[in-house]
Design a protein. Structure first.
Length: 790
C-alpha cells in the first residue's frame, strides 16, 4: 500500500485509538469518486463535505469507497492543499460525534490527491483503480467524476474519461457537470453535441444546485400532496401573480472575469429561477418521481412560454461594477461594460391555466438583503363589509422560502386564509415564531413548515447522483429549451445600457419597477446627467405644429408626441362614427411604423369603443397569418391581444385558402371585397391608416403597376417589385372612398423621401402615394420631426 500524507496521518491516529469495525462485512461493491477541481472554491465549501456526508450514510450500507481529489497542480502542492480542506470537514450536529470522528479518519485515509493534467495521468488513474479492485477482490459498483472546473475544460476531460477511465467490469459511470452550460442557445447546443460524443445522456448529471434546496425540492411534492385543495386555485382565475426572487448583497469583486461575460440573467435567471418557474407552473405529473414524466411536462410548458421582448425586462448595473471590471481585467479608462447585475423579467405563459398571469423573475447583486423565495399571490374574492381583520379578509399567498433573509431557514408558508397544507415527510410545523412580518403578513397568519434537519443542496444532490436519480438534474433537452427561450432577450439587451444603481440600502426604491400591459419599466426616472444636448433643445420644439403638406393638413411633432396626438384623434373619430352609425370601421397598415400607435392604443385608451370597432387590413403579405412578416400578426401582437374586441369584428385578409397562399383561383380578394360590401356602409371606411415606403408606395400598391386593372375592385392581388412575394391590398378605389385617411411617417430614414415627395406632381405610376385623394373625406399627414427635418 502506498504511504501518502493521509495514510501517515491516519496511522498515527489508529495507533492511538483502535479502529472499531464500522465497515459492513458484505460488500455491495466499490465506488471510486474523482473530484476534479478538488481544491477549488466549490469543492472546499461544499463538495467534500457532501461526499463525506454521503460516505457516512453509505458505508453502513455495504459500499466501499475511494476518493481522488484531482487538479492541475503537482502533488507536492496539491496534497497539503487537499489535506487542509479535509481536516476542516464537519460532523453534522445530529449524528453521533464520536462515531463521526472515526468515520472522518477513515474518510481521510480513503482520500488522496492526484495531478490530472495529461492523458497519461488519466490512464494511470484507471490502472490504479483496476489494480486496487483486483488486489482487494472488490466488485466495482461504479465511478463518479465530479467536474468542478471551468466549462471550457469539459469536453477534453470527457474525452479522457471516455477513452481511458470507463469502468471495464460493468460498473456505472456518472459524470457531474457544474454550470455554466454555454452562454446562449448556440453555444449550449455545441457543448451538448461535443459532450455526447463521449458521454451518454444517462451518464451526465448537470447540477443546478437550486434544485437541491429543500424548499425547491418540495414544490412538486407539495403541489401533488395538496392537489385536492390546490387544483381549483392554481390557475389564472385565482392567481394574481407569481414572484420568484433571488436577492444578494454581495458584489462580484474577484469574479468579474466570469461575471462580465455572463451577467445576472445567464448566471441565475436562465437556470435557477427558470427551473423554479417550471416547478410552479408545469402540469402536475402523475408521478412526481418519474424523471421522464417530469421532463415531458417541463418541455411542454417551455413551448407555452410567450416570447420575451426587450420590454419584458428591466436591467440595472451597480455603480462600482464598471470600475471593478476595469481594474480586474486591465481595461482602458474609457471601457464601458453593459453587463446587467440586476434584472426583473415578466414571463407569461400562453395556456388555459396561466394566460395573463405575470411570473416576475427578479435577481440582483449589491441589493439590500440576501434572500430567495417564490411567492404565489392569490386574488381574494371576498369583500369584507365589516371587520377587515378577519382571517378571510387577509392576503392569501403560498411562499416557498429558500433560505436566508429574515427567516434564516428554508420554509413553506401558507396564509391561514387559504388552507392548512399537508405536512411533508421530514418536515415539522413551526408554532413558535418571532414577531415578524414576512411579505406583508405577520408570521402568525401563516401555517409554517420547515425541514426537521437542514441539509446543504450539494449534499442532497450528491446523494441523488449515487442513487442514479435524474429528476433533480438538468437534461440536455431541458437546458436547450431554456436557452432557446432566453437567448433572444439576451441578444437584444446586449445592445442596451442598464440603469446604474448605487448598491445596498442606497438603492431605496430606485430599482422598483411596474408592469403595464405585458411590459416592465422602472417607476422612477433615471437621474439625468446634464448634457449639452439637453440644453440645446428648446421647450418650443416639443410642441406640436400644424401646417400643410401636399395641399393637405399636416400635424408634426417629435415621435412620441405625434403618436399620442394621433391616437387621441383616432379615438375622436371612432367615437364620432359610433355616435353616427353605431359602428367604427378602420383599416390598418403593417410594417414597423404603426407599432408605436398600436402600443399607445393598447396601453392608454381604455375608453376606446373597441366593442363597436371593426378591424380591417389595408394590405397583407402572402404569408401565413402567424408568420413574423404578416401585417395581421403585428396588429395582433401589439394591439389585438391586449384589448377586448368581439372576434367577428376582426377581419384579416384571406391570403391563405385551400392550403395555399394567394392563388388567383381561390378568389381571396373577391371574398374580402364581399365582406366589405356586407359590413361597411357604402364601402366607405371611417378611418384608414397608411404609410409610405422609401420608393413612394403605399398600402401594397407599387410603382409601375397597372392600377387601371383594378379600378372597379376594392381588393386586389398585387406584386411587390423587390420581393417575389405577392400581396393583397385595398385598391385606390377603396382607399379614396374613406372618410378619414391618415398617412403616418416617422424616422430620419424617411427624410429624403419626404423632401422629394413634397416637390413631385401627382403621378401614380412613379409615386403611388400621390394617387391617394379622398373623394369626399379628409386626408391628414402625420410626420414626425425626424422625418420632416432629417
Ligand atoms: C467513447 O469512446 C469510444 C472509443 O473509445 C467510442 O466508440 C464511443 O463512441 C465514445 N463515446 C461514448 C458515448 O461511448
Ligand atoms: C492585469 O494586470 C496585472 C498586472 O499587470 C496582472 O497581474 C493580471 O494578471 C492582469 N489581469 C488580466 C485579467 O489580464
Ligand atoms: C350609409 O351611407 C349612406 C350614403 O353615404 C348614408 O346616407 C347613410 O346614412 C348611411 N347609413 C348609416 C347607417 O350610416
Ligand atoms: C373625419 O372625417 C369626417 C368626414 O370626412 C370629418 O368631418 C372629420 O373632421 C374627420 N375627423 C378628423 C379628426 O379629421
Amino acid at each position: 500500500m502506498k504511504m501518502n500524507f493521509f495514510s501517515a496521518f491516519f496511522f498515527l491516529l489508529v495507533s492511538l485509538y483502535p479502529l472499531p469495525q464500522i465497515l459492513a462485512k458484505e460488500s455491495n461493491g466499490h465506488i471510486s469518486v474523482v473530484i476534479l477541481g478538488a481544491t477549488g472554491d466549490l469543492a472546499r465549501k461544499y463538495l467534500w463535505q457532501g461526499f463525506f456526508h454521503h460516505y457516512m450514510e453509505q458505508v453502513t450500507n455495504g459500499y466501499s469507497f475511494s476518493f481522488y481529489g484531482g487538479a492541475l497542480a503537482e502533488a507536492d502542492q496539491g496534497n497539503p492543499a487537499l489535506f487542509e480542506i479535509l481536516k476542516g470537514l464537519r460532523c453534522p450536529s445530529e449524528v453521533d460525534q464520536q462515531k463521526c470522528a472515526l468515520l472522518k479518519e477513515q474518510f481521510l485515509k480513503l482520500s488522496q490527491y492526484r495531478q490530472l493534467r495529461t492523458a497519461e495521468q488519466y490512464s494511470a488513474l484507471h490502472e490504479e483503480i483496476n489494480t486496487q479492485l483486483k488486489q482487494e477482490e472488490l466488485v466495482e459498483a461504479g465511478r463518479l467524476f465530479y467536474l468542478s472546473v471551468p466549462a471550457f475544460a469539459y469536453v477534453e476531460i470527457a474525452e479522457r474519461i471516455n477513452s481511458s477511465c470507463r469502468p471495464t467490469t460493468g460498473g456505472w459511470l456518472r459524470v457531474v457537470l457544474e454550470k455554466p452550460f454555454g452562454h446562449d442557445y448556440d453555444s449550449a447546443q455545441s457543448l451538448a453535441v461535443d459532450l455526447e460524443k463521449y458521454l451518454r445522456q444517462d451518464e451526465m448529471y448537470r447540477i443546478d444546485h437550486y434544485l437541491g434546496k429543500q424548499a425547491v425540492a418540495q414544490i412538486l411534492p407539495f403541489r401533488h400532496d395538496n392537489a385536492k385543495l390546490l387544483y381549483p386555485l392554481w390557475n389564472r382565475h385565482h392567481v394574481e401573480k407569481v414572484e420568484i426572487i433571488l436577492k444578494e448583497t454581495l458584489d462580484v469583486k474577484g469574479r468579474t472575469q466570469f461575471y462580465n461575460q455572463y451577467g445576472v440573467i445567464r448566471d441565475v435567471i436562465q437556470n435557477h429561477l427558470t427551473e423554479i418557474l417550471m416547478l410552479i407552473a408545469m402540469e402536475i405529473p402523475y408521478n412526481v418521481n418519474d424523471p421522464q414524466e417530469v421532463l415531458g411536462k417541463k418541455l411542454k410548458l417551455y413551448t407555452n412560454l410567450q416570447d420575451l421582448s426587450r420590454r419584458s425586462a428591466v436591467v440595472g448595473q451597480y455603480q462600482n461594477f464598471n470600475f471593478e471590471v476595469k481594474e480586474e481585467l486591465n481595461k482602458t479608462v474609457d471601457y464601458v461594460s453593459n453587463t446587467a447585475t440586476f434584472a426583473g423579467v415578466a414571463v407569461y405563459i400562453e395556456n388555459v391555466q396561466w394566460d395573463g398571469v405575470p411570473f416576475i423573475l427578479t435577481s440582483g447583486k449589491a441589493l439590500d438583503e440576501r434572500v430567495g423565495y417564490a411567492r404565489i399571490v392569490f386574488r381574494n374574492p371576498t369583500f369584507c363589509v365589516q371587520n377587515e381583520e378577519a382571517m378571510h379578509c387577509k392576503l392569501r399567498q403560498v411562499i416557498f422560502y429558500f433560505g436566508h433573509g429574515s427567516l434564516q431557514h428554508p420554509a413553506i408558508l401558507v396564509s391561514k386564509s387559504l388552507f392548512k397544507p399537508i405536512l411533508p415527510s421530514g418536515w415539522k410545523e413551526v408554532t413558535e415564531y418571532p414577531e415578524l412580518t414576512l411579505l406583508g403578513q405577520p408570521l402568525s397568519e401563516y401555517y409554517i413548515y420547515t425541514p426537521v434537519t437542514q441539509s446543504e443542496p450539494y449534499t442532497i444532490l450528491i446523494s441523488l447522483i449515487f442513487q442514479g436519480k435524474h429528476d433533480s438534474f438538468v437534461s440536455t433537452e431541458n437546458l436547450l429549451a431554456s436557452w432557446k427561450f432566453w437567448s433572444p432577450l439576451l441578444h437584444s439587451l446586449s445592445l442596451h445600457m442598464p440603469r446604474l444603481y448605487p448598491g445596498g440600502n442606497d438603492n431605496n426604491n430606485f430599482l422598483d419597477f411596474e408592469l403595464k400591459g405585458h411590459e416592465l419599466s422602472f417607476i422612477q426616472e433615471p437621474v439625468v446627467i446634464s448634457s449639452n444636448i439637453q440644453d440645446e433643445i428648446s421647450v418650443d420644439s416639443f410642441q406640436i405644429t400644424q401646417g400643410k403638406y401636399r395641399q393637405n393638413e399636416m400635424v408634426s411633432a417629435w415621435a412620441e408626441e405625434l403618436i399620442s396626438r394621433l391616437s387621441a384623434d383616432l379615438q375622436k373619430i371612432a367615437e364620432e362614427s359610433v355616435k353616427n352609425s353605431g359602428q367604427f370601421h378602420m383599416a390598418l397598415s403593417g410594417g414597423s411604423t404603426p407599432i408605436a400607435l398600436f402600443q399607445r392604443l393598447a396601453l392608454h385608451h381604455y375608453t376606446f369603443p373597441w366593442k363597436k370597432t371593426h378591424f380591417w387590413m389595408v394590405d397583407e403579405r402572402c404569408v401565413p397569418l402567424d408568420d413574423s412578416g404578416s401585417n395581421f400578426k403585428t396588429l395582433h401582437d401589439y394591439l389585438l391581444q391586449y384589448i377586448k374586441v368581439p372576434y367577428y369584428n376582426i377581419h384579416p385578409m384571406p391570403v391563405y385558402l385551400n392550403q395555399r397562399l394567394c392563388v388567383e383561383e381561390d378568389s381571396g380578394a373577391e371574398a374580402y371585397e364581399k365582406e366589405i360590401l356586407k359590413l361597411v356602409n357604402d364601402t366607405s371606411f371611417d378611418f384608414i391608416l397608411l404609410g409610405v415606403g422609401d420608393d413612394g408606395h403605399t398600402a401594397s400598391l407599387f410603382k409601375n403597376s397597372k392600377f387601371e386593372m383594378h379600378k372597379d375592385k376594392l381588393v386586389a392581388l398585387t406584386e411587390s417589385p423587390s420581393k417575389p412575394h405577392q400581396r393583397m391590398s385595398l385598391t385606390f378605389s377603396a382607399i379614396n372612398k374613406a372618410k378619414n385617411i391618415t398617412v403616418l411617417i416617422t424616422g430620419k430614414a424617411k427624410h429624403e423621401m419626404i423632401t422629394q415627395l413634397s416637390r413631385v406632381k401627382d403621378d401614380a405610376k412613379k409615386w403611388p402615394i400621390t394617387a391617394v385623394k379622398p373623394t369626399s373625406g379628409k386626408l391628414i399627414w402625420y410626420i414626425d420631426y425626424d422625418a420632416l427635418l432629417g
